[in-house]
Design a protein around this ligand. Sequence first.
Ligand SMILES: Nc1ncnc2c1ncn2[C@@H]1O[C@H](COP(=O)(O)OP(=O)(O)O)[C@@H](O)[C@H]1O
Ligand SMILES: [Mg+2]
Length: 488
Amino acid sequence: MNRNSPRQSASQKKSTTSAAAPAAGTVAVLARMEDDDEEIVNGFKMVEEWDVSTMAWGEPDNEPPAMDAPKVEIAVEILLHPASGMSHTDAATQVSRYLRNNIFGAALDDEPPREISVKELSRVRSMMTKALQEHISEVVFEASDERPVVLINGYDSVKWSLYIYKMEAKAAVQGEIAEEMPAATHEILPSADFQRLWQSLVYDTPVKQELLSYAIGTVLFSKLNIDSDLITWNKVILLHGPPGTGKTSLCKALAQKLSIRMSEHFPGVYFVEINIHSLFSKWFSESGKLVTKMFNSIENIIKQKNAPLVCLLLDEVESLARSRQASVTGSEPSDALRAVNALLTQLDKIKKYSNVLIFTTSNISEAIDVAFVDRADIKQYIGNPSSAARDCIFLSCLEELVKKGVLLSSPGLLVAESSVRAMLRRISGNLSEGMSGRSLRKMPFLTHALRFSGRTGVDMKLFLEGMELTIAKHQSDLLAMGRTVATK
Ligand SMILES: Nc1ncnc2c1ncn2[C@@H]1O[C@H](COP(=O)(O)OP(=O)(O)O)[C@@H](O)[C@H]1O
Ligand SMILES: [Mg+2]
């Protein structure tokens, strides 16, 4: 790798700010890093400069048709320090220059092309100059198709999309709104609270990527004011499946991702989580009125000048179906029915705005209110993790414990062919079959609390043996509970 490789001159490759129409299932390229820094500047249009006519897709494609396989797309999310005064354009220029010269310099020499994984790329920040690190606190890389290893033949063999953002400070306005919406919690995104969620969720299929593509597509179609009588698209996403599979977390993670990836279009995301349980219990007789009041407040935010993207989460909507059912059978007063109807009416009303996206979840796939199932454009089942996903989840737990000194690790202890990895794969196999992501993530803590209480620097093998016993106990306890329930 040659750290001083000369950059290609701008004339070597004519770059365009208009990208080819995105392939099905991929995200529109909002900012493309090209050879020339000036082009980079053009690629970053701030919200006020946003002009639909200059959008990447829909324009004629100036590039010659590609004969070979499409380029891998890599999204680069660059988090600036809160105190950094660096402009988005400068940050993009510096990072892309860094990648070109220091990471992919090899292909400009006569060295053979080499492979580099997205994980390897994640270490890029630590290799940057101290001066640059003072501005950039995190760089996350993500390949469009989640292939673990990207074949790199120089910087230009990849299609780069750079997203620069800062975390939102907790705004004072949140307090005010809290009074108007007692049955809701709200966050202004991107927020540090939601930052680790996306990466922490492991699925066997590219469900995260697909949902993100849907969500970005939705927002762009709305922004373009596409006639919804001619083309219908997705405004309401329903995630359903067993409890503890990450549905609520995935909605939050998606909203956070949108706040980063759509920052060219919206000054942040306003995330509102409506607590259906408390809406229908605490303020029971007032619920109908409360729903209307709450949505009026939300509507005020939606209609603001330079409004944020509003993501609404209705968690565990099955409780709505229960309320409705109860009022039909007469065990609850008709207040419940009125409140549910008010909620549905209000949802239909705010759905019409271009800057609104609605997420719903349900833990019971069969018993979701039909009114909700009908309204959801995307109904995505989220199941328990497979053995491979369980292995990934456990591995991330162990890595964290090693990082924080709870577990001892020597170099190579967690590499694929080590005996510790073989042990972990066994634990992730039949032993943990049927466990939810939530239960899996509890096992390391329980193991430590019950078997290594208060200790740090625990030997990895001993710990895994302990974890095997903890999981076996968890599974047999569940089985016993199941038997008790079944025999009642
Ligand atoms: N597929 C998964 N991969 C990694 N962690 C998971 C997964 N599913 C659940 N978890 C863990 O369980 C926690 C709780 O999940 P949650 O979003 O509340 O699930 P649900 O809403 O489906 O009941 C998550 O924050 C995460 O730590
Ligand atoms: Mg949930």
